[in-house]
Design a protein around this ligand. Sequence first.
Ligand code: XUL
Ligand code: CO
Length: 438
Amino acid sequence: MQYFDGIEPLKFEGQSSTNDLAFRHYDPTEVFMGKTMAEHLRFAVCYWHNFVWEGSDVFGQNSFPRAWNALADSDPMTAAKAKTDAAFELFQVLGVPFYCFHDIDARPEGATFAESDRNLSQIVDYMQGKQEATGMKLLWGTANLFSHPRFMAGAASNPDPEVWAYSAATVASCMDATQQLGGENYVLWGGREGYETLLNTDLSREMDQMGRFFAKVIDYKHKIGFKGTILIEPKPQEPTKHQYDYDVATVYGFLKRYGLENEVRVNIEQGHAILAGHTFEHEIAVAQSLGIFGSIDMNRNDYQSGWDTDQFPNNTPEMALAYYEILKGGGFTTGGTNFDAKLRRQSIDLSDLVMAHAGAMDCCARGIKAAATMLDERPLMDFVDQRYSGWSGDLAAEISADAVSLSDIRGMVAERDINPKPVSGRQEHLENVVNRYV
Ligand code: XUL
Ligand code: CO
């Protein structure tokens, strides 16, 4: 190890351990519901927060000393390779199976599109070698279509067709890279697809442009034979005031409108769910019910500040309810648990990066085990089944029949003196039940 020297690969030590650099709950080999914990959770570490971002915020400069970026000004490709070396070291220390990256996280920006493209190919070859040497896999690749000023008015929704073309070209390169690296998914986060003010925006045109863009992405996927899943990542606001991919339900409506609902699924991020005024489990449950659940970006927001603070998860009951909805729907297929999470700015040591992931992995492990036990023992499912049991009865069949009209139902209710009695929803009891598991 060059960068994470002195930090041993993390081991499972069990609940009595007080070692910050070990797992207390994440035992990758533990089997439940027919799979190992590693297969259920499918953890991924992201490039951008860990190896690119160096601790700057809107008020202050970089605070993290990150040795792999030292050469970035003089020899960008050497620095990009050093960053890759550091990334694969951390993956090995954590023992995660997957990682995720944007094009700009991995390659130096060129002076032209063609040069950026060549830089990407070169670094992707290098990453492929690292994958072969370590057994690491790519959960998803993506294009950053939001940081450079050319994207300030959006990518697919930009008023300027040159930006639309540039963005489409970038996605083609990133899909090729993702395919070369055997990626299991390709993510489209809306970035700046949205608007600040209607005073300068043709909302209807922008939506059509995005619909056309996604259709071309799907065509390209089939053209190159990419077998992974295309995922859209909803987010309601930030950076733009109104983002078009507000939440899962909005994304589904959009996909349906442009006939893409069978081709695209969603990558749901906890912090984005919270920004949209939802719980994480709500967003997952909506996606499951619409048949578009794909993957998750795991993090947590600060509940007081209202920003997308991308903190590492540390709340087991929240994780338990999220994984409950995931397991209830059959678990991940191509998706997984990507830590789209970053350190706080004062956590400047490399060991902080390791401890943050270790704690987050443990929190998810604890949550998913609680979820699996709740599914196995069925206290919530039995209650819900009982609550809706009337819908298996005769009355339900009668009133649901197509031939039965509202006036027929009025007749039935009057004749039979149907007079429903309120029944407790037992929310507090059910919350107490969940607390027995977490
Ligand atoms: C931004 C965000 C992105 C996407 C990938 O809030 O979540 O990092 O996950 O572009
Ligand atoms: Co994300």
